[in-house]
Ligand binder design. Structure first.
Ligand code: MEV
Length: 331
């Protein structure tokens, strides 16, 4: 797509929540991620000098955008505009979304958007920038909807991604329309050190390895509950998953406080993503009530809906976000 006469192309990509299986996925267990209706948009157009949101690019681009441009743009300088609904540093996938949307905007100007191709390139970029442990964030932001990722192929295969000796099968995960309340603790926590912490624990403790296995089994069951649209049973699995993550040492008092605040009005609640700060989520049919409870405990609530579309071409990008540095420097 090319906005007529301007040479501009644009794409947007959704943020995500990890519904179940974070950390265990690093050890080859399954995980489920859902795209949410908070999006990041990126537009690019040829320019006499490189700019980002109207300012000289210099080193403002941050590691993700710089790597996208270095590895996937061969033409002249670009004026890039990025806007985002995603709260920065919240664990809702803004680094994956900026990578995916920028790749989308660049490929929209060449051969059109191919979700699988973008998922592969985006995972390579995240791996380069942060040594990312699994392709879950980049695959969900590319594909949208819901994905089930595992080390074995099951039904609904979308694509397979390998790196070194590791191999992931990314599957479609049928998901009912759900409302989730995300509660951001306000603490930004980089993923890498948390993944390393769990790895160290698993290396020295059979107990930790059992917990990881148990998370894998719960996640497998979670896929079946999602498929059946059984949100009550799913909610119970979420809370169990949270308790196991807490045993692995990735919850924090702030996350626990928000989970406890949400539970009386929810089917289930858990931390989402790497933990150590970041966000929790609650599955509920009383989103306003949960949002209030999260706010009362000092969290920032976001009521989000599942079923968001993956990376897609857009007409253009208006400028209405806050400082973009946060989104593109996360992690
Ligand atoms: C972070 O969003 C999810 C983790 O499982 C790390 C990963 O899978 O890359 C903690």
């Amino acid at each position: 797509m090319d906005a007529v006469g301007t040479g501009m192309t644009a794409a947007s990509a959704p943020g995500k929540v990890i519904l179940m299986g974070e950390h265990a996925v690093v050890f080859g267990r399954p995980a489920i991620a859902l795209a949410i209706d908070l999006r990041l948009r990126c537009s690019v157009r040829p320019s006499s000098s490189p700019t980002l949101n109207g300012q000289p690019m210099d080193d403002r681009a941050g590691p993700y955008l710089s790597t996208v441009l270095r590895e996937h743009h061969t033409g002249g300088p670009l004026a890039i505009e990025i806007t985002s609904d995603l709260p920065a540093g919240s664990g809702l996938g803004s680094s994956a979304a900026v990578t995916v949307a920028a790749l989308g905007a660049l490929s929209a100007s060449r051969d059109g958007i191919d979700q699988e191709d973008i998922a592969r390139k985006a995972f390579d970029i995240e791996s380069t920038v942060q040594g990312r442990a699994s392709p879950i964030d980049t695959s969900i932001s590319s594909h949208g909807g819901g994905i089930f990722i595992s080390s074995k192929e099951t039904d609904g295969l979308l694509w397979e991604i390998s790196r070194d000796t590791r191999r992931w099968f990314v599957h479609e995960c049928r998901t009912p329309q759900m409302t989730l309340v995300v509660g951001f603790t306000g603490n930004k926590a980089p993923t890498g050190p948390l993944v390393a912490k769990v790895r160290r624990y698993a290396e020295r403790s059979g107990f930790a390895r059992d917990i990881i296995d148990e998370i894998g089994a719960l996640t497998q069951e979670g896929r079946a509950r999602l498929d059946a649209g059984d949100v009550e049973a799913l909610g119970r699995l979420l809370t169990k998953n949270h308790n196991l993550l807490a045993i692995l040492g990735v919850s924090t008092p702030a996350l626990q406080k928000l989970v406890d605040a949400a539970l009386p009005y929810s089917y289930g609640a858990k931390l989402t993503g790497a933990g150590g700060g970041g966000s929790m989520l609650a599955l509920t049919d009383r989103p306003e009530k949960v949002a209030e409870a999260i706010k009362a405990r000092g969290g920032t609530p976001f009521i989000v809906r599942t079923g968001a579309e993956g990376v897609r071409a857009e007409q253009g990008t208006d400028r209405r976000s806050g400082p973009i540095e946060h989104h593109i420097r996360e992690k």
